[in-house]
Design a protein around this ligand. Structure first.
Ligand code: PLP
Length: 424
């Protein structure tokens, strides 16, 4: 409470903006994940890896727009591409060359993708991938995992929730071969399985990497049952050399969903996969219509192309990811003996307060004891010291973050642990 009172006192303009927003938006919010108590900061400007709020404070942005902000806030090549596209006029209602250019760049990174289609968000990409799987297999059931998040309408934090109503979901435990086999031991489930959709690392679900054995098992199970294996790499596509976890693990899903940074920081989603599945979307033969006014919006296509072509090369991806892994290890090292554990993989990580050792965090159930009050306290502490992360501890490094920024962050976490020794 003292921390919240202190936060309020130093963020009066943000509070004023929030109080105005509450009159027009439910809870003052149009994006649930951005809310936190007592009220969220209002940002007025961003540059590189810096955010500036309405009360004149400056923050190192370590949230990186939940992985979409990979390029930072003002990467020159991205800005130039957007400005150039702007000068040719906004959306045309017709084809243009950057669509195929961006599709080609994506295919180069994801050998499992023969053909790709664009959407406005990762949520839509998931929606279309599931639709394709249903039409392709003529089956209805979808195997999903507890803690899985595939977009606003596909959140499995609480199992088969009412917002997911139109599909018949079978919910299994993440990283558990036994749980998958148990669900599919019911012959009706097995025979009617259209798709398995899985994040190769749970992102929103806590930064929990999938085990090779588990993901391999999903590949084999989908093959045996004639189901479509969908890897949701909306968050994880940036990992390793930029070809996602599938490239690193050498597991070929039938379909992949993408989003976030690949649109260069603009609204973006994509789904792709094998030629026989994706041909369902061929308008000449048209089994599935997939429209969407802004699917090929000129700013996204241009920014996305510039990003993959000029900035986030495989080498740049490897370097950023090595820096992320080093940061995660440093944090875990200074936190040894405390409740603070940092899970995740490379440039994506999540801070937890749990008794479970970091190497034993394999599914959301392993961090059921995650102490939310401590996460809240750390979040307010970091904001006060100029570091912006998600309330639930999510961090995604951008290319704009410097080593000095990261050193300062580690030092601040260390100070937090020292000051709150009795709690952590
Ligand atoms: N899939 C995963 C794994 C995600 O993390 C997200 C967003 O966080 C989505 C899908 C949905 O993407 P969008 O927010 O662009 O709809």
């Amino acid at each position: 409470q003292a921390a919240e009172a202190h936060y309020t006192a130093r963020n009066l303009e943000s509070r004023r903006i929030y109080n105005e927003a509450v009159k027009h938006l439910p809870g003052g919010n149009t994006r649930t994940v951005l809310y936190y108590d007592p009220f969220p900061l209002a940002t007025v400007r961003a540059e590189g890896a810096r955010l500036f709020d309405a009360d004149g404070h400056e923050y190192v942005d370590l949230l990186g727009e939940y992985t979409a902000g990979l390029y930072g806030h003002s990467e020159p090549a991205i800005m130039a591409a957007i400005l150039e596209a702007l000068q040719s006029g906004l959306n045309f209602g017709s084809h243009h060359a950057n669509e195929a250019a961006l599709a080609r760049l994506i295919k180069l990174r994801f050998p499992s993708i023969d053909l790709v289609r664009f959407t406005n968000s990762g949520t839509e990409a998931t929606l279309m991938a599931l639709a394709a799987a249903r039409v392709y297999t003529r089956k209805n059931r979808i195997l999903v995992f507890e803690g899985g998040y595939h977009g606003g309408a596909f959140s499995f934090a609480h199992g088969d929730s009412p917002v997911n109503a139109p599909y018949k979901y079978l919910v299994a435990r993440y990283n558990s071969v036994e749980s998958v086999d148990a669900v599919l031991s019911d012959p009706t489930n097995a025979q009617d399985l259209a798709a398995i959709i899985v994040e190769p690392m749970l992102g929103s679900g806590g930064g929990i990497p999938g085990k090779r054995l588990f993901l391999d098992h999903l590949r084999k199970t989908a093959n045996t049952l004639g189901a479509v294996l969908i890897f949701d790499e909306v968050m994880t596509s940036r990992l390793h050399s930029g070809g996602g976890l599938q490239s690193h693990l050498d597991i070929r899903p039938d379909m992949t969903t993408l989003g976030k940074y690949i649109g260069g920081g603009m609204s973006f989603g994509a789904f792709g996969g094998t030629e026989d599945i994706m041909s369902l979307f061929d308008p000449r033969t048209g089994k599935i219509a997939h429209a969407g006014t802004f699917n090929n919006n000129v700013l996204t296509m241009a920014a996305g192309r510039a990003g993959l072509e000029k900035i986030f090369t495989p080498d740049a991806a490897l370097k950023l990811n090595a820096r992320g892994e080093a940061l995660r290890q440093r944090l875990n090292q200074i936190a040894t003996g405390s409740l603070l554990k940092v899970s995740g993989c490379q440039s994506i990580m999540v801070i937890h307060f749990t008794l479970t050792p970091e190497e034993h965090i394999t599914c959301p159930q392993d961090i059921a004891d995650d102490d939310k009050a401590l996460s809240d306290l750390l979040h307010l502490y970091l904001l006060e010291h100029g570091y912006y992360i998600a309330r639930r501890g999510f961090i995604a490094l951008s290319l704009a973050v410097t080593d000095t920024d990261l050193d300062g962050f580690v030092k601040t976490i260390q100070e937090f642990l020292t000051q709150h020794q009795s709690l952590v």
